[in-house]
Ligand binder design. Structure first.
Ligand code: GBH
Length: 491
């Protein structure tokens, strides 16, 4: 008997030493699993009760830029069906649910002069049902749906927005903070500012590149820091929760090992992730040096009397630095980065400021989204990069997922998740301190400019049926089995 035990043990050791495909890998008990959604993408009820208009209502109703000419008026109808959503979360067996609050649903005028009782009641009911089901609620305050009247005042380009964001945050902490212990101030400020202010692919689609995105980021960083301090000083002592933001980042792999490409990849990371992460997570604070230098230099060359990148005062740098309880990360994909062959244009432009070129390796499997390639090892490298550059923070992965078109037997999504969960496990073994993993998304939903044409859900939603029925895809069963066993197979 002892002999057989010994043989079995030796086999096990051999298997783990050789990293054999199919080997069962167990997640640490400290890792929690969940799924995420966002208000505008799922709720519908765009004018229910006294809800105010937000920038996505305005954008989808007044432009024809959404691929299938759709909008979020009904979306998944979660405003009326959140009980079904909680049922699905129970079916999956998740530890937590990350959702966002629609600002204009609880503050119809954007300001805190008037609270919507119906709006508050909606989130109250959702939160209470989650707690009843033993699922931890976690709230994103801002997932891109600014009240339209605040946009009319300049939105995030208006520095006074800091205070109006704080008013909103305070209402949310007061109303829900007794039961909600994980707070995310901003989801992907990069996307908000680059695509909505510099570009035109998200509301409010200003398209003032090289100028507006820097203003937007400047305000958002200050608003984030102020919300952190408010929570830290006033709410943490009584509510005892945690607060941070969630930054999107791909992994930037140098296209070749030439010094120029390596430098380009590093600069790309600093201009995209570092732009938001360096002020908050680095020891020195402030924007990355390479970003300050390049934008100042280009601005001068272009005839501006000061850098297009606004400056923080030393007090602001100190105020923003360290405003985190965790590093929230949304990660989907990897790109190759190289030094561009063509150089410099005379006009202000964010991408010219960055001065890099990104492109995918043609061998990487794709998805329904042009930008999303399946590259699990990039996830491992990125987690290690964050670990090394920002002093081993607790990392909460708040989004990770794969898009396809119209498919319940979604084997490609299963292989994406299995690959990325293996990469996550590798990173944990490398010493990264990851405590949360979140799949995007619970169900198919309004994918912004792509409307309903790209699906990220574990549950399939039939958008042609007014009842918006939801059915588990094969990937929902896969994710459930991962959550039940807390293991994956090595791939
Ligand atoms: C997340 O953002 C969002 O938080 C979520 O709402 C959304 O549904 C989900 O992703 C799926 O898209 O310039 O063409 O290369 C993902 C953020 C999207 C940011 C792609 C970078 C690059 C577009 N990323 N984007 S492109």
């Amino acid at each position: 008997m002892a002999f057989f035990k010994l043989i079995a043990l030796l086999c096990l050791l051999a298997v783990s030493a050789l990293n054999v495909k199919g080997e069962v890998r167990k997640f640490p008990d400290t890792l929690s699993f969940g799924v995420a959604t966002a208000a505008y993408q799922i709720e519908g009820g765009w004018n229910a009760s006294d809800k105010g208009e937000n920038i996505w209502d305005r954008f989808t109703h007044t432009t024809d830029t959404i691929k299938d000419r759709s909008n979020g008026d009904v979306a998944c109808d979660s405003y009326n069906q959140h009980k079904r959503d909680v049922e699905m979360l129970k079916e999956l067996g998740v530890d937590f649910y990350r959702f966002s609050i629609s600002w204009s649903r609880i503050l119809p005028e954007g300001f805190s002069n008037r609270l919507s009782q119906d709006g508050i009641a909606y989130y109250d009911s959702l939160i209470n049902d989650l707690i009843q089901a033993n699922i931890t609620p976690s709230i994103t305050l801002y997932h891109w749906d600014l009240p339209q009247n605040l946009q009319d005042l300049g939105g995030w380009a208006n520095p006074l927005m800091v205070d109006y964001f704080i008013d909103f945050a305070e209402v949310a902490f007061e109303a829900f903070g007794d039961r909600v212990k994980t707070w995310i101030t901003f989801n992907e400020p990069w996307v908000v500012c680059i695509e909505g202010y510099g570009g035109v692919t998200k509301a409010p689609a200003l398209g003032i590149s090289g100028i507006a995105e820097y203003m937007c980021a400047h305000t958002i960083l200050k608003a984030h820091a102020k919300a952190y301090h408010l929570y830290d000083e006033v709410y943490r002592p009584i509510q005892n929760g945690r607060i941070g933001m969630s930054l999107n980042a791909g992994w930037d792999e140098p296209a070749t090992q030439s010094p120029a490409d390596i430098e380009a990849a590093q600069r790309n990371t600093q201009f995209n992730l570092g732009w938001y992460a360096h002020p908050v997570f680095s020891r020195e604070g402030d924007y990355p040096q390479v970003m300050k230098d390049r934008v100042a230099q280009k601005s001068l060359e272009q005839g501006y009397s000061r850098s297009r990148l606004p400056e923080f005062t030393p007090e602001e740098i100190a105020y923003i630095r360290g405003t985190y309880d965790f590093f929230g990360l949304n990660h989907y994909t990897t790109t190759l980065v190289r030094m561009p062959t063509m150089r410099s244009i005379a006009k202000a432009n964010f991408w010219d400021d960055v001065g890099t070129e990104g492109f995918p390796d043609p061998s990487w499997p794709g998805s329904a989204s042009s930008w999303l390639k399946v590259v699990p090892w990039g996830f491992r490298k990125l987690l290690n990069w964050i670990n090394e550059n920002y002093n081993n923070p607790e990392i909460m992965v708040f989004e990770n997922g794969f898009s396809d078109r119209d498919n319940k037997d979604d084997v490609d999504r299963i292989s994406y998740y299995n690959g990325y969960l293996n990469a996550l496990m590798d990173a944990i073994e490398d010493g990264c301190n990851v405590s949360i993993y979140t799949a995007w998304s619970l169900m198919d939903n309004f994918e912004w400019l792509e409307g309903y044409t790209e699906r990220f859900g574990l549950y399939y939603v039939d958008f042609n049926d007014p009842r918006r029925p939801r059915t588990p895809k094969a990937s929902a069963l896969y994710y459930k089995s991962v959550l039940d066993s807390r293991t994956i197979e090595r791939d």
